[in-house]
Design a protein around this ligand. Structure first.
Ligand SMILES: [Fe+2]
Length: 298
């Protein structure tokens, strides 16, 4: 059977690659799908979302801002076949996370055993390129997520997104050894997370590129601290190639600042965020809702 991700099957790779790159680079307007009721997308709206996700692994949803509620976001996920949520630190009991700049609370005031403000996603600082849940165990990887904007910041908070399939192509076009190095089962290790003497999660060791049910999955963080790359010349070269890709920028990068009522649905594409500043009133303080899933959008 042809397999585009098999390094010895160049023919399958070439034809898959050509289909992928024949598409126009993603633009917000092309990826956008207006949904009349977020909790009950029509068949045509679902088809439009699936079409964009099939092409780019991401779609941009537009709804009325008042429609952005955790319940409606979860219902949209279910309408797309997403039911296995990833329950992560700071998510509520429905696995919905509020992404906002958290105040520095005194220790022990959070219901979770850690302070939100100690984690960059819950601050107004920029977020480096990553895929979600890279610190999860290899068998518990996040394969999709949705991210909806209830309120944008006063200024900043711009997301950039890149389809991991495109990142794979750029690296494989440079040299097969980048792919082999990043597919190694010990390519990337995330040390355990201890907070104030409590183990929040154990260490996570696994590949950057893996194939799951025939689809490419990427596990990646560009952060410099608290990540341990496999010690080999090939791994270092592959890691540098990714760093280079993000610093130069790729034509297939989508840059978009979510407005109120907008959201991404994605098969866990690579993404980053610029820093932001909130206003003094609640209305100008950034609030996003995120849900992670252990399955892909099909
Ligand atoms: Fe993220």
């Amino acid at each position: 059977m042809p397999n585009a991700f098999d390094l010895s099957d160049d023919r399958a790779y070439r034809s898959w690659r050509a289909r992928k790159l024949d598409q126009d680079p993603p633009l917000s307007e092309q990826l956008a799908v207006e949904i009349r009721r977020l909790s009950e997308p029509s068949q045509a709206e679902r088809a439009a979302l699936r079409e964009r996700v099939a092409a780019y692994n991401v779609a941009l949803v537009r709804v009325r801002p008042e429609d952005v509620t955790p319940e409606a976001i979860l219902a949209l996920g279910r309408a797309l076949g997403l039911t296995r949520t990833d329950d992560n630190l700071f998510a509520d009991d429905r696995a919905v996370s509020r992404i906002a700049a958290a105040p520095q609370l005194p220790r022990g005031r959070e219901p979770a055993p850690a302070n939100r403000a100690d984690f960059i996603p819950y601050t107004n600082k920029p977020l480096r390129w990553h895929t979600d849940g890279y610190y999860n165990a290899p068998e518990d990887q996040v394969l999709a997520w949705t991210l909806f904007c209830a309120r944008p910041a006063r200024e900043g908070g711009v997301n950039s997104l890149l389809d991991p399939e495109v990142a794979y192509i750029r690296l494989r076009d440079a040299t097969d050894s980048h792919i082999a190095a990043l597919a190694h089962p010990e390519a990337l290790r995330i040390p355990p997370n201890w907070q104030h003497g409590r183990l929040i999660r154990p260490d996570s060791v696994g590949p950057v590129f893996s194939i799951r049910d025939g689809y490419l999955h990427m596990r990646y963080s560009a952060r410099a601290r608290n990540v341990i790359w496999r010690s080999s010349a090939e791994t270092t070269a592959a890691r540098d190639a990714l760093t280079q890709l993000f610093s130069v920028g790729d034509a297939f990068t989508l840059t978009h600042r979510l407005a109120a009522g907008e959201g991404f649905i994605t098969n866990n594409v690579l993404h980053s965020r610029t820093g932001f500043s909130d206003g003094d009133t609640v209305a100008s303080q950034r609030l996003l809702y995120r849900v992670r899933y252990r399955e892909r959008i099909r």
